[in-house]
Design a protein. Sequence first.
Length: 244
Amino acid sequence: MTELVELGGDLKVYTQSPIEAQYMYDEIFRQGCYDGLELGDAPTVLDAGGNIGMFALYIKSRYPDADVHSFEPMPNNIALFRKNVELHGLGNVTLHETALGSAPESGVEFSFFPLLPANSTRYPEIKEGPKAQMAEQHQGLAEEFYTAEKVTVDVERLAAFIPRDGDIALLKVDVEGAEPDVLLGIDASQWPRIQRVIAEVCDLDGQLERVCDILRGNGFDVTPERAPLTEAADQYYMVRAVRA
């Protein structure tokens, strides 16, 4: 059920998971996981993993003239993203209703978690750890929150959506296990125009090293650090990359 919730600082959003929306607000607006950026007056920003629009709201609050391109494949999240953009009267925010990957694909199965929609993923195995942690406190709650619905979506390469002219001030990637896929979907000729990347990575099966290697191989200085509001056992990292 969709609710309009007040999160803090007079920010209201439509969500179907008030608990998760509050977590995202605390992570982005209070803990400042995307702070410290210097993007210029009218930056072009790519938002891989748009969810309900929280990152777009953050960017537009700091850079009102930013041109934001967000990517989100889950139908429920798409509807809420559009409601939140309309609610806050955001201009120059374009939502692309697609998943991103290393190659175009049709009919790819994703796991959508109605009670934790931001955790929806192509790779549900990365949710076994968080589910087990929740189960230590409340087994029934873990089963409820991590019950998934199967959703079939198309996957496109990010290369198809990158503007032909001008620099990309920031590429943000938070796609629940598909971060390397998104980066591999960028053409070699496009990389020099991307100035900064911030990716949230769950370090399973060498994912963190793989993401860092891709970024370093494309000319970035890379700094991984533990993600806000997480513990070492969570294995979640914010990877910050700035063009060398």
